[in-house]
Design a protein around this ligand. Sequence first.
Ligand code: ADP
Length: 828
Amino acid sequence: MSLFILKFKKILCNIFIICIFDTLLIILPFLLDNSFADNAIHSPKIIRVGAYDNRPKIYLNESGKIEGLFPEVLNYIAKKEGWKLVYVHGTWNQCLQRLENNEIDIMVDVAFSEERAKKYIFSNESFLINWAEVYSNSEESINSLIDLNNKKIAVMKGSIHTDGENGIIKLVNQFGIDCNFVEVVNYKKVFELISNNEVDAGVVNRIFGSLFSKSYNVKKTSVIFNPIHIKFAFPKSSPLASGLIKRIDQNLFEMKKNSDSVYHKSVYVYLSGLPRDLIFSKPDIETDKSIINLSFSEKEWIKNHPRIRFGVDPEFAPFEYITSDGLFQGMTSEYIEILNKRLGLNMQLVKYNSWKEVIEKAINKELDVLPCVCITHSRKKYLNFSMPYINFHRAIITRSDIPFLTGIQDIENMKVAVQLNSSHEDYLLENTNIKPIIYPTLKKALLATSNGRVQAFIGNFTSSAYWIRKLNLINLKVAAPVTEDTQTLHFGIRDDWPELVNIINKGLSSLGQKEEDDIRKRWINIEYKPGIASELVWKYILQIAAISVLIVVIILFWNYRLKKEIKKRIEIDKKLFAANQSLKKIDQLKSMFIASMSHELRTPLNSIIGFTGVILMGMTGPLNEKQKDHLTRVNESAKHLLALITDVIDISKIEAGKIDIFPQDVNLAKLVDEAIITIQPQLQVKKLKLNVSVPDDLNLFTDRKRLLQCIINFLSNAVKYTEEGDVTIEAQKVDSKVNIMVSDTGIGIPPEDFPKLFNAFERLDSHLRIKAGGTGLGLYLIRKLATDILEGEIFFNSKKGKGSTFGLIIPIRISASDNSLTSKEDKS
Ligand code: ADP
């Protein structure tokens, strides 16, 4: 039994040994493999790393050492992991070949592609994301892929950006663009060819481009393509690969999480072209910035930007403004102070007189920061913005007498003011149909609203309220909010400084709620000091003084001119007076001459008329026909001359005011009969019919001789200028006046001659001019007599070829002494 048991034990033991052996046979290869891998890593095993020249990622430096971003990080990992790295230098293609042949264990800087993944194993963690950029020399203008047509383009041979799946060659083919590619060994050569004008353009990766474009004086175009993950690559057949990948992935992952890691420092230093020593420099702990978690790259950025210029709106109180003493004040001033201290920044104010200027300088990058601005579309073109740090409401300000408003829609048809370059200007243009009237400053816009030049102002509620109180614009009110939501103010930072946005955001985040509330309270409840700044007072005084001086100068000049004018006028008056005197003398002489001549001329004429009459009557003996004829002509000529002289004398007497007036009672019918007798001979000669219509009882108190003279002249003209038909004289009483009219059916007068009718010596053109005879003094004399002596007026009416009517209206003026005029005249 015991022997059976012993045998059974032996058999069991054998089975157990066989099982263990079999198990060992199965798991041994695995144990062996892992232990090999671990041994390879943990023992200072030599790991061969492929190296080529592609600054700043990897390159052979001047002292023959491999340097660059990849070696920096890889060396760090190797040190940590206890690996000994040996760099095997060659060209890019040589390196890839070695990787394929398992002659190197790691290749750095390999862009991942499905194609390559078939040949090599890749790390999982990406080292960098890179893409390709097209550069050209400055003269070439390449704005899109299409512009590459027919161009000579330098590319790096074997690069993923050259002949990869999404490389330039395939890309241009897809677009049917025809390019002539020049393949070179590295990116340096690409830039060399571009700057020597040997090619039109070239392709490099973004990292190389941003670092070296300046030194080669090549220009980045807007063509970018092929975003790729850059990883570590390992030979497919390498037993080390999986172990290496695990460790490298782990290390990269850890480093990426920590902004102060060698990875981040290296990326920043190498991609900015900064000295390598910075990676290992100690953080600056002198300032408060140590309490803000700034990354290494951020700290370096701050160090490299020792002065940051900012500009403010000088009137954007209480947010930011400049006092009359030139001091920078407002909430923002406190924020700037805190950020400068905590972040170790040196933000310095550059003062400008107007917000317009500040904006211009920011656009031109002469200012780096606008510390208190709203985000607008137009500003996004040149600024990046920090997180918001002050809130405000956009409000409508109107005069108190404008009725109740509910919102922005109520002011669409009003004249609306905004401040130039303000966010409110952009807001109105982008969101409403309102075409705002732009004022250079907030103050001016508010004043325009107060004066009624505009009906509403759109602005920041807080700063508007500040200025309304400060300027004492009591007729303004905040009428309504523009929108329900709150607007925000930010730091605006020049768009080529994205790093500063994060830095400022970190600084702003470091402020506690209480800290921010305190700042706000200090400035919102600011003590206002109404009144005008002293320089303003002086400005106004000087302006008033200048205007006063100007007014005085104008008055003095005016006075001087007036004096000169008066002197001149006095001289003219003197001359006029002298001329007048001499004229008066001449006039007197003329009157004296006429008076004396009248006697001297009339006496001989009367003798001629008298004696020729006597001879013609045959009282001195018989005359033959010829003698009779001649004497008749002498007699008529003498009569004509006498009539002329009488008229001239009458006129000159009237003009000299020396004619005597003899008013007396006159019976008009009798006077008319007398006149008719005078013209009777001519009437008969011409066989004209005379119609008389004068009331018998029409009596006047007037100058009989002169009225008779007027009626005779009218009748005489009527007969003279009528060849057939009738002549009518009629009179009628109209109120206290009498209207005497003489009409004829004669040649009439054309209207264009009317103005000349009553001129002295004026005779109108007609076929009767010669035949009728005359002096041209008749109507002139009638007018003088009618107006100056008879105190009446004359009128006429005529139609060419139809006849004329001449009339006279004179006052009746019945004699006070007697009403029975007829009898009295009869007696005389
Ligand atoms: P005259 O001595 O020439 O008649 P008047 O002063 O009496 O001078 O008249 C001026 C001119 O007026 C005349 O030359 C004549 O042409 C025109 N005239 C005056 N009366 C009449 C009339 N009744 N009909 C037509 N023309 C007249």
